[in-house]
Design a binder for this molecule. Structure first.
Ligand code: NDP
Ligand code: A1CAB
Length: 269
């Protein structure tokens, strides 16, 4: 029997996931979406050929409900859903911070809930989706979740206590790299390169470095050492990064993201 999957609260991450599922071969007939604004529902219908329904209809019709609203909107969404979610459904939450217990307490007794922290590179099938089981989710529920997220990138199972850290690292992670590219492109401008060329040099360096990190099996320190010639250019740059506390800044930044994820736990952060 084909499973029906509904994405509830189809914004940026919900749409990224929806598009990935369609690329992976899911039929739009087996997918449902919900949106708060009618024009957004229409946009999704036109773009993907999926049916847009109310949250209550999605809860009744779909076997798996992927909740992709903002943490601050999740309480209201659950109030709407609570009367309609049968005990045999699987609820997958993509929301930062909110623990599986939040859903278990507000929805049907004994319901299977899985928490997933994806990231936007699911748009190019290079996502990182970190998965944790709630207290009633079985191996079969985790496998069903992986069937959705594996085609759009890597998946990793972690105990739920590590989800706030995963959110800081990989959920928010792409933003840090975009920020670095933006800053390094500015540096290229300062050094006299046209913006477009500076952008291309940095982006291709980022892609090359990322592929080497993934495929060489080498430690990042080894890869960096291979670039760092004695009395050369790289070590001059590294000294400035150390002088400006970039390593400490990154540690503090990720700690702040982890703390913010914890603050969102109640759904009204
Ligand atoms: N963006 C990212 O990189 C990642 C986000 N997440 C998580 O995904 C979730 C969504 O984030 P993001 O996609 O960035 O945010 P968006 O605001 O783009 O998406 C949320 C969507 O939910 C809609 N919505 C809110 N309430 C309801 C409701 N009751 N019924 C139907 N639709 C509703 C919103 O409608 P409206 O447009 O009217 O506001 C919006 O379109 C968050 O919980 C976030 O923590 C997780 C990993 C990565
Ligand atoms: O910034 C956020 O809160 C969301 C969660 C992870 C990435 N974006």
């Amino acid at each position: 029997m084909t499973q029906k999957v509904a994405v509830l609260g189809t914004g940026k991450i919900g749409e990224a996931l929806l598009s990935g599922m369609i690329r992976a071969g899911w039929s739009p007939d087996d997918l449902l979406v919900t949106a708060r604004r009618p024009e957004r529902a229409e946009e999704l219908r036109a773009r993907y050929g999926v049916e847009a329904v109310s949250n209550a209809e999605a809860a009744k019709a779909a076997d798996t409900l992927i909740l992709a609203a903002k943490p601050q909107d999740m309480g209201a969404l659950l109030d709407e859903l609570a009367p309609h979610v049968a005990a045999d459904r699987l609820v997958i939450s993509a929301a930062a911070g909110i623990p599986t217990a939040f859903f278990e307490e507000r929805l049907t007794e004994g319901l299977a809930v899985v928490r997933v922290m994806p990231n936007t590179p699911v748009l190019v099938d290079e996502g990182m989706s970190v998965i944790s089981a709630g207290s009633h989710a079985t191996e079969a529920h985790l496998v069903r979740t992986e069937d959705i997220f594996k085609p759009v990138g890597k998946t990793l199972r972690v105990p739920e206590k590590h989800q706030d850290a995963a959110t800081a690292l990989s959920g928010s992670g792409p933003a840090y790299f975009y920020y670095l590219v933006e800053a390094m492109t500015d540096a290229g401008i300062l050094l006299g390169l046209p913006r477009a060329q500076a952008h291309d040099l940095i982006v291709q360096s980022a892609i090359g470095a990322a592929v080497m990190l993934r495929d060489s099996g080498e430690h990042p320190v080894k890869l960096r050492e291979a670039v760092t010639s004695p009395a050369g250019t790289t070590i001059s740059a590294i000294r400035e990064l150390e002088n400006h506390g970039v390593r400490a800044a990154l540690i503090a930044a990720l700690e702040a993201a982890r703390d913010r994820s914890r603050e969102l736990a109640s759904g009204n952060g």
